[in-house]
Ligand binder design. Structure first.
Ligand SMILES: NC(=O)c1ccc[n+]([C@@H]2O[C@H](COP(=O)([O-])OP(=O)(O)OC[C@H]3O[C@@H](n4cnc5c(N)ncnc54)[C@H](O)[C@@H]3O)[C@@H](O)[C@H]2O)c1
Length: 251
């Protein structure tokens, strides 16, 4: 019960890491607003309720300010406030500056970076009422470059530095802002990234080869790190970047 009584908004909670985060926070005593562009978030909420947890669902696009306002308003209306936001929703498209279409660049930057601005804009006034925490789920590709991933890497790197700047701006409001950088994690997102390559099996083997711990991570391993960063156990941690990547960025 490490977040007992806290009210938490989790984006991307219809799948993978976001779903694991929503479930873990609920199991640890939080009331969870589970949001996603996909209806799968409703299943996450159903699972949480079946296990005796408290949760509400919001279906909406994090790349849209009105939808982000709705997510935050749901926390207030359903549970009476907001203590933490965990932003896990994201998309990826492959491409270099020469091969990527401008439309794909805009989509990735909107869903992965602008969303952090929209969500924060909606959430900060409510979080500052009693203090709170924001955790941006970035990526190991926010810390190092990657071939054929220009927009995703750019957006994730920007989110990491946005967390640092927000930590400075909102420390006086009692809001801690940190970023969490997963390495390759066993989710539909990772499998889709292999499928976009000409030889998916080779892409998978190459990815594994870059991980000192010699395996992909699991969603719960990222959820545990997010829980720590959002909880009072991390009360002196703000503006930090935590890599949970099996050593990918330690090379
Ligand atoms: N899986 C990995 O290997 C890995 C590695 C590094 C970072 N990450 C990051 O972890 C986070 C979660 O990834 P995952 O692996 O669980 O992916 P996932 O694809 O399993 O889940 C992502 C969720 O985000 C939702 N989503 C996509 N666009 C959205 C939008 N516009 N509005 C609202 N929701 C939207 C999807 O519907 C999906 O449910 C992402 O930020 C991703 O960049 C993942």
């Amino acid at each position: 019960m490490r977040v007992k009584g806290k009210i938490v908004l989790v984006t991307g909670s219809g799948s993978g890491i976001g779903r694991a985060i929503a479930s873990l926070f609920a199991a640890e005593g939080a009331s969870v607003v589970a949001s996603d562009i996909s209806e799968n978030a409703a299943q996450t909420v159903e699972q949480i309720r079946t296990q005796g947890g408290k949760a509400a669902v919001v279906i909406g696009d994090v790349g849209d300010q009105d939808a982000c306002n709705r997510m935050v308003n749901t926390a207030q209306e359903s549970f009476g406030g907001l203590h933490a936001v965990i932003h896990a929703a994201a998309i990826s498209r492959k491409g270099t500056v020469t091969t990527m279409k401008e439309e794909d660049w805009r989509d990735v930057v909107n869903v992965n970076l602008n969303s952090a601005f929209y969500l924060s804009k909606a959430a900060v006034p409510l979080l500052s009422q009693g203090g709170g925490a924001i955790v941006f789920i970035a990526s190991q590709l926010g810390l190092v470059g990657a071939k054929d991933s220009i927009a995703y890497s750019a957006a994730k790197g920007a989110v990491v530095n946005m967390a640092r700047s927000m930590a400075l701006d909102h420390a006086p409001d009692g809001i801690r802002v940190n970023s969490l950088c997963p390495g390759p994690i066993d989710t539909p997102f990772l499998h889709a990234s292999f499928q976009r390559q000409a030889d998916p099996e080779r892409a998978r083997a190459l990815a594994l080869d870059k991980i000192p711990l010699a395996r992909f991570g699991t969603p719960i391993e990222i959820a545990n790190a997010a829980l720590f960063l959002a909880s009072d156990e991390a009360s002196f941690i703000t503006g930090a970047t935590l890599a949970a990547d099996g050593g990918y960025t330690a090379w």
